[in-house]
Structure formats: structure tokens, C-alpha cells
Ligand binder design. Sequence first.
Ligand code: NAD
Length: 425
Amino acid sequence: MENTDLLKPNVDHSKFWQNAHQYFDRVYQTMNLDPMWRECLSSPKRLLAVSCPVKMDNGKIQVFTGYRAQHNNARGPFKGGIRFDPSVNRDEVMALAMLQTWKNALVDLPFGGAKGGVVCDPKKLSMGEKERLTRRYTSEILPVIGPVHDIPAPDVGTDAQVMSWVLDTYSMMVGHQELGIVTGKPLALGGSPGREEATGRGVMNVLRAFLATQNKKLEGARIAVQGFGNVGYHAARLLEERGAIIVAVTERKSGIYNELGIDIEAAGLYYRERGELTDFPHCDAISNEELLTSDCEILVPAAMENTVTADVAPHIKAKVIVEAANGPTTPEADEILRDNGVTVLPDILANAGGVTVSYFEWVQGLQNFFWSAKQVQDELQKVMERAFDAVNAKADQADCDYRTAAYTIAISRVAEASRLKGLFP
Ligand code: NAD
């Protein structure tokens, strides 16, 4: 019989949801925490499913399904991105909301974790359709979001323009401009300098800090990047700026390889203009699978979850994997990589730069007092290096891998906040 207890662990959940719980359970069991809190900490506090009827350009009405999952708010308001993608589903948003809780705690932001999404292909929507969908979705989730309740941000398939529509819709509904409702806004609407590149910059900060522990540098490091959207492009660009050689990049359908290094600015421009990398000059074609096992020292998965699987893991040549995407490595692959001596810098650490600058943007919006790009970059670097140092020290002290160390720190912070607050009533 189908299990309808949506928010509880059961066999009907997707692989990605199970993976997220497996990572949590594996660490929780070793932490000597009160078992009573285990279910509280792993269950989402709230899951909202909404249907969004939208008038399409051809005059017909199409109904889109959307979600907002709020995982845990023991440490502060919920915070997390909104994804527009055909693969969005209930379990995915719940799993991503849980990951976001650990990420926010690990970099010590006063936020809980959330995630939202709409099942749609944004590439197939006109600007008008995308705007109407965004506004309708925002109004449907309005009862659960707010500047001190839940603050959305961009994720796969959404950007600063989408965030502007979220801001405007919310502001129209409450009758005044509310900058704190959303982050990842454009600069002209109270966004923060450096937010767009922030996740990629954080990836660079964490990788550089890790290499320093090995007496290595970014200069000359051979790096392959899977996914060439916001995160993949900016990570590749900033790594290249510091002397790394980006030998391969891929997007959903196409990819390029050049062992001497790809001109990332030019490839970014080409991809934005054409929507694919096919025939980019001076490069060979490469598939997503070939990229993962290509001849490089560092692999940066920056696309979607579950791309580094147990099938591909034994063939990966890179000795370091930096998880710029959320949940790219399955637990089975994680084990194989560990046995093969591959260091994995986990998502909740490596891609936390985006939410960190979102936090800076939220603070600026609430205060109506804005920072310089330099201030944002310096503060981001401090947060990312401090988080890496804490994870590195924990991994040394407990003689464990970086993911276990990162989860241990994050879970203990959320557990402590929950314990101190107690249960209501
Ligand atoms: P995006 O929509 O800007 O780009 C996604 C890129 O990945 C595109 O180039 C797309 O073609 C490619 N892609 C999609 N599916 C793929 C597949 N199966 N194989 C290879 N490439 C594929 O999204 P983004 O904002 O760059 O997000 C990428 C990842 O980073 C996601 O996991 C997201 O949750 C995570 N993330 C994003 C942010 C942020 O600030 N945007 C912050 C933290 C984590």
C-alpha cells in the first residue's frame, strides 16, 4: 500500500531524498545526541504544494505545480532558492531544504533551510509567461514567505529578473516596498554587489584554502567543470583568473575540452548567446560523462544532483572534487571516492558562498545601507575560510572525511538551538 506520510522517512521517497537522509543519519548516529531529536531534525517543518494557473501567449491556460519546503528554523528565518526546472518534485525540494539547513548552520548564518520550485522548462517560456508564472507562484506561497519568515533566492533556472518579480509581487500585496523579502535581486533594486558571482567565488575560496593545506596553489591546477550556468561559469572564471587551467566545461547538452585551457570569458559569452557550447573554437567536443572521467586534477560538479554516481566514481581521475552543485555525489559514489583517496569538499561547505552573500544582501536591505563590492568580497572570503578551517580542524581531530566533519558541525549547531528552545507548547 502506498505510504502517504509525506514528511516522514519511508521507502516511497526518491533516491535524492533518501541520499540526503542517508548523509544525515550516517553522521547523526555517531554524534551521541539525544535520539529523541533525530526525527525532529530530519523532518521538514512545512511543505506547501500549489497549483499556478497561467495564461500562456497563445491564450490558453496552463497549470503549473509549485512547492515550497521549509525544513528547520531553529536558528532563524527559513532561507533557500527557487528552482524552475522540469525535474522539480516534492522530494527534491524537501531534500534541498534539508541540505540548506545544514549549509546555513555550517557557515553560521542566522537562518534555517528552505527550498522552492516550479515544475516547468524556463527555456520554453516567453518572458511574459515566465513573469506571469513567477508572480502567480509568489502569490500562492505568500502565506509562508516574508522578510522575517522565509526569504527566497535564485537557483537553477531562476535569476535576478525572476527575483525582481518576486519582490514586486510581494511588495504589491503588502502595500510597500519590502527589500528583505528576496535576495539575488539586481543592484538597481537593492541587490548586493557580488551576489551573482558569490557561489562561484565561494567555491574558489574553499578550494584555495584546501590546496593551501597541501602546500599547493590554484596556479597551473587542471580543472574540469560540469555545468556552465551561474555557479559553473563564475567558478570557472574566477579559478582561471587565479591561474588554474580549465580543461573542460559542459552544460546539459554539449561540452568542450582543450588540454591547454579554455578561454572562459569567451566561452561564457558564446554560451549565453547560443544556449550551447557546440563548435566553440579551438576545443574538442566532450560529453558530460567524459568530463567526469577526464584527465584533470580537480573536478567541479556545478550542474545538478546525482551526477557523480557509483558507476562513474571508480573511473574518476581527479584527486579532488569540489561540490559546487547541491547533492552531486551519491552516498555509494562517496564511499568509492573515499576508498580511492579522492578528497571531496562537500556541497554544504563549497557552495555556501551564494547564501552567505544573500545574507549580506538581506542585512543591507533591512538596514537600507549598502556595502561596496570590495567589502562583500572580503567578508565572503572571511566566512568561507573560517568555515573551511573549522571543517578541516574537525576532520583532523575526528580523523574523518570533510563531509562527515561538515555535517557534524552543522547538525550539532541546529541540534543545540533546538534543544535550547525546547518544544512548543
Ligand atoms: P543554472 O540554471 O544557472 O545553471 C545550470 C547549468 O547546469 C546549466 O549550464 C545547465 O545546462 C547545466 N545542466 C543542467 N543539467 C545538467 C546535467 N544533467 N549535466 C550537465 N549539465 C547540466 O543553475 P545554477 O544556479 O548554476 O545552479 C547549479 C547548481 O548549483 C545547482 O545544484 C544549484 O542548486 C546549486 N547552487 C546554486 C546556487 C546559486 O547561487 N545559484 C547556490 C548554491 C548552490
